[in-house]
Design a protein around this ligand. Structure first.
Ligand SMILES: NC(=O)c1ccc[n+]([C@@H]2O[C@H](COP(=O)([O-])OP(=O)(O)OC[C@H]3O[C@@H](n4cnc5c(N)ncnc54)[C@H](OP(=O)(O)O)[C@@H]3O)[C@@H](O)[C@H]2O)c1
Length: 279
């Protein structure tokens, strides 16, 4: 029987690429998306697709029930992926804005994972693969909400890994640096929706943020295509002993190293510069 994988956020970018790539590799992929039109698009391309909106518990429960019905209650792996970035200075984040960021990027992932874990415990094996980010361990200015959601995910995943020690359920974090996807366009929408930048003390810097987000093509050096993430997901699925963390792109390797060796003051200087250069 084919190994089944449930993926969130498959309408575009990494989720779409991983869904297609794993399908081509022989997995039974449940490519989920929050919008009906995305589900239709994925089905028309031959994928098994269901609606799953991470902000909506009912939709999460319905999708899991449907998947388990189709697989006789089994699921080999979950790739938690669907998320967005809310740019903005910390002092411009309302409670509502950061809540919304956590609803999608953190609480939705936790709820879904906790529905899948009993399935994996029952069957005695499984893989939970979390699409984090270089911004899950390196903070940059104007990315506080997103940084917080990914740092929280890293903490949660590290804890879960410890709690699953001794089982055959493995938790891996993927930590991409810049990947060419719709991420910036979606971040622009979130910025417009949640941040009153005209009234902000940082008003001028938001102009630079907007021009980066509106830029077509790779906005920063060392950007890789989503296939670079697919390769790591395949390793996390197929290795006998998958890694706890997979770095993707040069900036992730660089900041991973610098975080280990530099004093905070020097690291801050570099992170502040990288964040401002790529505002
Ligand atoms: N691109 C990068 O440079 C980069 C770097 C590091 C980490 N990542 C991570 O990679 C993952 C995928 O992002 P991407 O770069 O592929 O960006 P993307 O092209 O914008 O894809 C994000 C996906 O998440 C979905 N999504 C958003 N809100 C959702 C919700 N409430 N419920 C379910 N799905 C939802 C989007 O659906 P809609 O189309 O309906 O909005 C879309 O399918 C994210 O976890 C992101 O944090 C990206």
């Amino acid at each position: 029987m084919k190994k089944s994988v449930l993926i969130t956020g498959c309408s575009s970018g990494i989720g779409y690429c991983v869904a297609q790539g794993l399908h081509a590799r022989g997995y039974r992929v449940f490519a989920t998306a929050r919008r009906e039109e995305s589900v239709g698009m994925l089905r028309s391309e031959g994928l098994e697709s269901l609606r799953l909106d991470l902000n909506d518990s009912t939709s999460i429960h319905q999708a899991v029930t449907e998947v388990l019905q189709r697989t006789d209650g089994k699921l080999y792996a979950l790739f938690n992926n669907g998320a967005y970035g809310l740019p903005g200075a910390v002092e411009d984040l309302s409670r509502e804005a950061i809540r919304a960021q956590f609803e999608t990027n953190f609480f939705g992932w936790l709820e879904l994972t906790n529905l899948i874990l009993p399935v994996m415990r029952r069957q005695g094996y499984g893989r939970i693969i979390q699409n984090s980010s270089v911004l899950g361990f390196a903070a940059m200015p104007f990315r506080g909400a997103y940084n917080a959601s990914k740092f929280a995910l890293e903490g949660l995943s590290d804890t879960l890994r410890l709690e699953l020690r001794g089982t055959k359920i493995f938790v891996s974090l993927i930590e991409p640096g810049p990947i060419a996807t719709n991420f910036r366009a979606n971040a622009m929408q979130a910025l417009i929706h949640y941040i009153d930048f005209e009234k902000s003390v940082h008003r001028d810097r938001y102009l630079a943020v907007q021009s980066r987000l509106n830029k077509k093509g790779a906005a920063v050096p060392f950007t890789l295509p989503p296939e670079a993430v697919l390769q790591k997901v395949i390793h996390a699925l197929e290795a006998n002993h998958p890694s706890a963390r997979y770095y993707v792109t040069f900036p992730t390797h660089l900041f991973g190293l610098l975080k280990r060796i530099l004093p905070v003051r020097m690291l801050d200087k570099l992170l502040a510069k990288a964040g401002s250069d790529h505002q």
